[in-house]
Design a protein around this ligand. Structure first.
Ligand SMILES: Cc1cc2nc3c(=O)[nH]c(=O)nc-3n(C[C@H](O)[C@H](O)[C@H](O)COP(=O)(O)OP(=O)(O)OC[C@H]3O[C@@H](n4cnc5c(N)ncnc54)[C@H](O)[C@@H]3O)c2cc1C
Length: 340
């Protein structure tokens, strides 16, 4: 059996590594960071099916996760829409999920090297999977997230549209909530790290949320941000490694789908990689097979998400969306099925 090398121990890399180890393939996984760690993420997984998680062998990592199905949208503090998702999503923190997957990967016999950032030159090309997430690119956008407990929510997911900003609040394990937002950078705005999300909420016209948070307990260790956020879906670099998850093309987070795509892309790559490790297929065949299936499965989803995403943070787009929502003309179900 040939060994598979994976760069990146996020959801795609770990899920693939676990599956291949269980099939008898040796996997060496190199992760730039360490576990556990908070990640900027809505922590709302929608799309991947329970049987797909079972196929990957990772269903147990979701124990204690919260099923999330009811959603409500707010425009500048006013409720404009409320809808039940066609099927429940999964609410679970990345702090918990990534750590569990890393632990499972090791317990399946995988070699996990933490704090090991692979450079392009270090990657052996054949037999290497790049699952290193999104490409860093300087843009006007800032992602901020934190956990809080003691909040009152009528629905499992709230989406709040603000001035060049939006924020999702969703249930996660242990009765806590994840608050994750995307904000246009405000260069004049400074605050200590733990206060930065509240400062951005205030500045984006979402100050009613700051009021709601006064009686809640914010987990200061969970406050995390990323400033080099681009949602342009870029094709992978034209090299000989196999890209997975965000490395194969980013999807905007509003659709709640990037984590699902990470798992789905691990599932798609699993059989071709197994055939390669067993010597039944060559590397070029693996690259071609996986690229074709990814294209078929994700093309429409990514295109539609890319079209919708600007609508939800531009003032004009938000006004149009909320008018459609209020007049019950928002084609929610068709949009959901096109993006999931
Ligand atoms: C603000 C925001 C909100 C989001 N909300 C949601 C949501 O609610 N639902 C949803 O489904 N998706 C959401 N997403 C998207 C989701 O987080 C990603 O799509 C998902 O994490 C992709 O998984 P991945 O495994 O491809 O990459 P990642 O989870 O990003 O993992 C990549 C890993 O590679 C490591 N790495 C990077 N470079 C190297 C290197 N050179 N060598 C070794 N390791 C390296 C990183 O440390 C990281 O651990 C959101 C994203 C953002 C930014």
């Amino acid at each position: 059996m040939k060994t598979i090398t994976v760069a990146g121990g996020g959801l795609a890399g770990l899920a693939l590594g676990i599956h291949l180890q269980r099939k008898g393939v040796s996997v060496v996984l190199n992760e730039a960071g360490s576990y556990p760690r908070h990640r900027v993420c809505g922590e709302f997984i929608c799309g991947v099916k329970p049987e797909e998680l079972a196929y990957l062998g990772i269903a147990d990592a979701f124990r204690g996760a919260v099923p999330c199905q009811t959603t409500s949208w707010f425009y500048r503090g006013r409720p404009v829409y409320s809808k039940k998702l066609p099927r429940p999503a999964i609410g679970i923190s990345r702090y918990c999920l990534d750590q569990r997957l890393a632990k499972q990967f090791r317990s399946e016999g995988g070699q996990l090297n933490e704090r090991t950032r692979l450079t392009r030159e270090q990657l052996p090309e054949e037999g290497t999977v790049t699952a290193v997430g999104r490409k860093a690119e300087t843009t006007d956008w800032l992602g901020l997230k934190f956990h809080a407990s003691g909040l009152e929510l009528d629905n499992d997911l709230e989406l709040h549209l603000g001035n060049h900003a939006y924020l999702g609040i969703s249930r996660i394990e242990g009765g806590a909530y994840n608050l994750c937002g995307l904000f246009r950078k405000r260069p004049g705005l400074t605050a200590p790290k733990t206060q930065l999300p509240l400062a951005y909420l205030e500045a984006s016209g979402l100050n009613y949320l700051v009021e709601r948070l006064k009686d809640a307990t914010i987990d200061e260790n969970s406050v995390t941000g990323i400033s080099n956020l681009s949602y342009q879906s870029k094709p992978p670099a034209n090299d000989e490694t196999l890209p997975l998850g965000d490395s194969a093309g980013l999807i905007a987070p509003f659709t709640g789908n990037g984590m699902s795509i990470a798992f789905e892309s691990a599932m798609i790559a699993a059989s071709p990689l197994l055939a390669y490790a067993e010597g039944k297929s060559d590397w070029n065949q693996v690259l071609a097979d996986v690229a074709l299936i990814n294209h078929k499965r994700f093309r429409v989803r990514k295109t539609v998400a890319r079209m919708i995403h600007p609508l939800i943070y531009s003032p004009r787009g938000q006004t149009a969306l909320s008018l459609f929502a209020k007049s019950r003309m928002l084609p929610f179900r068709p949009l959901f099925s096109l993006t999931h």
